[in-house]
Design a binder for this molecule. Sequence first.
Ligand SMILES: Cc1cc2nc3c(=O)[nH]c(=O)nc-3n(C[C@H](O)[C@H](O)[C@H](O)COP(=O)(O)O)c2cc1C
Length: 189
Amino acid sequence: MARVAVVFHSGYGHTKVQAEAVHRGAAAVAGTDAALIDVVDYERNWDLLDRADAVIFGAPTYMAGASAPFKAFLDATASRWAEQRWKDKLAAGFTNSAGHSGDKLSTLQQFNLFAMQHGMIWVGLGLLPGHHTSTGTAEDLNRLAGFLGAMAQSNADQAADVAPPPADRRTAEHLGRRVAEAAARWRQA
Ligand SMILES: Cc1cc2nc3c(=O)[nH]c(=O)nc-3n(C[C@H](O)[C@H](O)[C@H](O)COP(=O)(O)O)c2cc1C
């Protein structure tokens, strides 16, 4: 049984929708024990995180980086970093912001470097870019053309029932599935 933990923050619900999609994708892979952890509860979930084969980090992009509550969680892993307790776990990331760019690559890079500090093994999105040709559309998987992780965009004037849009939810599901499949292979190795 491969264990995948999805840990996320969401101030207004949009990134929660994305996190749920990541979790759904992971849980759909047979033999996966997938947990969804709201970062406000991280102190009660160290055991789940420590036992996970893969941890997927997700936060909204606020001021060109991960939101403050999520950064507080990242900082709280410092004792685990000192012992390299998460070394050789798989890691991946996702983020959501109002802008189509919105500088959200910076958030994924932050998660990637964090994982590298922990000695984790990064799993990227593994999709070709969508919506980048004359025949592409906003319905394309990976419409925001990310590589490092799953990106989503939520219009600032829309609530989480419609934003982020379906293509970004499917992209998030893909990331969850991909990490769960990688975790199953990683456990066998
Ligand atoms: C404090 C703050 C800072 C933000 N900074 C950015 C930003 O740098 N780039 C961007 O595109 N959107 C930015 N936004 C918009 C959010 O990323 C966007 O509304 C997102 O959908 C919020 O997700 P949530 O509902 O999960 O909190 C910011 C929002 C807030 C509240």
